[in-house]
Ligand binder design. Structure first.
Ligand code: SF4
Length: 64
């Protein structure tokens, strides 16, 4: 599988879902987009600021 580019804040956010396609790429989907149209389904990466970010307990600390 092809390494994906860093998604910034999304990589440590509980609302991120990684979606592979059939060609081996992986996309960073924002699940907040399902309930709030202010959030794009596939945000432009990397995301440096986001008011919707919430920590993913399984992810490393976000960059400071
Ligand atoms: S809420 Fe913000 S930081 Fe979290 S996945 Fe969506 S766009 Fe990324």
């Amino acid at each position: 599988m092809t390494p994906r580019p860093a998604a910034g804040l999304c990589d440590s956010c509980r609302h991120q879902r990684l979606v592979p396609n059939t060609r081996g790429s992986v996309f960073s989907l924002c699940e907040r987009s399902q309930s709030d149209p202010a959030y794009p389904r596939y945000p432009r990466l990397p995301v440096f600021r986001c008011p919707g970010w919430e920590p993913d307990p399984a992810a490393p600390e976000p960059p400071r």
